[in-house]
Write a protein that binds this ligand. Structure first.
Ligand code: GLU
Length: 493
């Protein structure tokens, strides 16, 4: 079996596209089939430069691997497989050939109507409260023109389209893998344009030809294509080809019940990436948009999804894109992925943040310790540099009064910091455990209030009220910097 993802390269991959690709990919994996990527670029007016690269890059980032068709290798577009080309603009001759086949079989016909004539037809239908549909028997086409008239127009190369002659009576039915039995009367189906006046095929013709020639067996796509599917089924039948199985995924909506769109915030995969969402979290989150694993589990790696996914768990009501849930999911992965991995992925965010990390690397232990103490406190990678700026700063600036614990005064803060500094200087092995146990042991031994010591210490080490514990900070910034910061604090008191 084979599924495919067939984006039009009109911009960035957005979250709805990622879900379609993911479900098609998972379904193929689960069935031991092939996942193919085809580029649908016959609408030349909507093309965006670099869009194919961006889309594939986003899929690769998400961990979706392409078995056949368009892919990226060393950042160049490649086409893998024997049934290509997999880019529609490289297949134009094929589409003409198949369109001609339908015309010859009288299953498609030429139509010469101008846009004014078509508009007039539509206006008249609207006025009469009729559905707007091409009137095969009233307009200017192979049915209404005489054989000579038709030939004269074709010889004179008068602009024309080719339309599909939808059977006038009958029903078209198919079983949708998500929605069950679907059936339409052919009376409801318009005579779709198959070839435009510029000779380019429409999406409807091109993708049917391709799904057949590329041996696609299962078409998983968005619900917006459901109303067109009867036309596609009829086209397969007109060619005498097997109709693939279809599964239409429900809409994604936001919490205001609107269709997700660029206008309502960042829905492009690039944006999520830039905002520090981990691919593991995004994929896990997107998988659960419309798919119910049937148990209480919420956290799935791509490998686990490949194992657990089934279309029978996919519902047909709209799925709500809940940003808080995504943030929660991201937090789970921030805490559970290996520290080195988080360090590596957070690194570009540090480099771009303006924090001076020039004498560090992504595997430096000071850097990793800093990440480790903060990773359970943030919900996205790009929050890390901001939260950890104090660790890397040369000196801190804060109000000296902040050093004073609410139940104490400046003299006491100074006294505590002086003693704590002496104690810390005596620690020979500078580890989090040693720092914490020495400080806590000493506080108990002296009968000090924990806040009286730990508060001024926290402020002197971080310059801020909300920070990880002073033990963690001291461990991360090292003994020398800890001592220096306490001295600076004492000097201000
Ligand atoms: N090119 C179409 C799109 O971008 C694909 C629809 C389909 O999967 O058949 O939505």
């Amino acid at each position: 079996m084979k599924t495919r993802f067939a984006p039009s390269p009109t911009g960035f991959l957005h979250v709805g596209g990622l879900r379609t690709a993911l479900f098609a990919y998972l379904y193929a994996r689960k069935q031991g089939g092939t996942f193919m990527l085809r580029v649908e670029d016959t609408d030349r007016t909507r093309l965006v430069d670099g869009a194919v690269e961006n889309m594939v890059r986003a899929l690769q980032w998400a961990g979706i691997t392409i078995d056949e068709g368009v892919d990226l290798e060393s950042d160049s577009v490649v086409q893998k497989g024997t049934l290509g080309p997999y880019i529609q603009s490289e297949r134009l001759e094929l589409y003409s050939k198949y369109t001609q086949e339908l015309v010859d079989a009288k299953k498609a016909y030429y139509a010469f109507d101008t846009s004014e004539e078509l508009e007039e037809m539509r206006n008249r239908q609207m006025l009469n409260k009729q559905p707007t549909r091409y009137e095969r028997h009233a307009m200017k086409n192979s049915f209404t023109l005489s054989a000579e008239e038709l030939q004269t127009k074709l010889d004179a190369k008068e602009p024309h389209v080719v339309r599909f002659a939808v059977p006038e009576d009958g029903r078209v039915a198919f079983t949708d893998l998500v929605r069950g039995e679907i059936s339409f009367s052919t009376k409801e189906i318009d005579d779709q344009v198959l070839q435009k006046a510029d000779g380019f095929p429409t999406y409807h013709l091109a993708h049917v030809v391709d799904d057949h020639l590329m041996e696609v067996t299962h078409v998983i796509r968005g619900e917006e294509w459901l109303p067109s599917t009867p036309k596609h089924v009829l086209l397969f039948e007109a060619f005498g080809w097997d109709v693939p199985s279809y599964g239409h995924l429900s809409l994604l909506i936001n919490e205001q019940k609107q269709k997700l769109s660029k206008r309502h915030g960042d829905v492009s995969i690039e944006d999520f990436k830039e905002n520090g969402i981990l691919p593991e979290a995004l994929v896990n989150f997107v998988a659960l948009l419309g798919w119910n694993p049937g148990d209480e589990r919420e956290l799935f790696t791509v490998a686990e999804l490949e194992e657990a996914f089934s279309l029978s768990g996919v519902g047909n009501s709209a799925s709500v894109f809940n940003r808080e849930k995504l943030a929660w999911m991201n937090k789970q992965y921030l805490m559970s992925l290996p520290l080195e991995e988080i360090g590596k992925r957070a690194w570009p965010h540090f480099v771009n943040s303006g924090i001076d990390v020039s004498d560090l690397t992504a595997s430096d232990s000071m850097y990793l310790q800093a990440i480790d103490m903060e990773r359970s406190r943030v919900s996205a990678l790009q929050e890390l540099p901001e939260a950890l700026g104090f660790v890397f700063a040369d000196s801190l600036s804060y109000e000296p009064s902040l050093l004073v614990w609410k139940k104490a005064d400046a003299a006491e803060a100074k006294h505590m910091l002086t003693e704590a500094k002496a104690l810390l200087e005596g620690i020979s092995e500078w580890t989090l455990e040693n720092i914490e146990s020495s400080l806590r042991g000493w506080i108990t031994e002296k009968g000090y209030g924990a806040g009286n010591v730990l508060w001024p210490l926290r402020i002197s080490l971080s310059g801020q009220k909300n920070s990880p514990s002073p033990f963690e900070i001291a461990a991360a910034i090292g003994k020398g910097k800890t001592k220096g910061r306490i001295e600076e604090a004492i000097a201000q008191l």
